[in-house]
Write a protein that binds this ligand. Sequence first.
Ligand code: 13P
Ligand code: SF4
Length: 366
Amino acid sequence: MTFVDSGIQPTRRPKRENASPAPTARAQTALSHPGFDAAFIREAIRELKPVYARVERVIPPLEWAAHAPYIKAIRDLKRERNAVILAHNYMTPEIFHGVGDILGDSLQLAKEASKTDADVIVQCGVHFMAETSKLLNPDKTVLIPDPDAGCSLAASVTPEDVRALRAAYPGVPVVTYVNTSAAVKAECDICCTSANAVKVVESLGAPRVLLIPDEYLARYVATQTKVEVIAWKGRCEVHERFTGEQLRRYRDSEPGIKIIAHPECPPDVIEEADYTGSTNGMIKWVKDHQPGRVVLVTECSMADNVAVEAPKTEFTRPCNLCPYMKRISLPKILDSLVFMKEEVKVDPEIAARARVAVERMVNLAA
Ligand code: 13P
Ligand code: SF4
């Protein structure tokens, strides 16, 4: 295994993707949902009793009473619009278990998005995920409840950066993590997710591969393969905050605790982990092993979603929230379906090239 820093400087400073002021979004929501009447709220709570029975371990009754009318309204409207909701594992439990139809990690959502016969896809996740759904479903309407749901990794690399890398490493294939814009994917040979990165890198049959933009994912993949992995300097602002020291403190204070980590974490965190994998991989590990106590070293909401299905396991929760994922809320999802917004569009010429990279990955994973 060899890991190499590409040495190429970004063409511009990575800038946090977008940010429309929160009050505007809140004001919009207040305008479109002045409130549900008491009869509708009672009906929602009655109708959703079986759903609440699944999530009561993680959502207190008062909070559920506030969510229930939104969940009912969204479920009703989904049927009317022939819409399907794709919910990433980092969504809060009222979204994930309350309105999500297709649940999973980036790879699963990308694969399932290409199979749905719904007319409308509502992406409860971040913008690059919605773009991926649009690439695989060019004739469907793809909506994202908040277009400002970005990602620090996606913001860390531009198409110009990829062209500079190709010039510096002629002939070396470029693998892009799915956490990138469609414009960046269009410059690359194949896409990967954290679930299949090693398989994708090895599928190319090349001695050296550029794997962008996540430096830590590249470092992790380099430990799992003989292929030389050349990296970019992108980071996930949520996972880079975890430290090995923090995890050693958990082990000292809670003997027997299992530590499972996402490969976007720094190497000293991965070294401490009992298992490293994608969000779906982490969920499967918990279900298969049913540990007495576990810490999921990843975005905070995932522990709530897994706790619903792993009643024998106690979760230690280092609460690192992804500010982009947390922009998605029930009121915004309802707005999205009421007003059919925000529609995700990708320039057709970019989409045609980016689709090749995504489809290569999906076909490999099939
Ligand atoms: P997964 O592909 O593991 O779901 O990860 C996506 C992501 O954004 C992690 O931060
Ligand atoms: Fe991006 Fe990190 Fe948020 Fe995942 S958790 S969407 S990688 S910022």
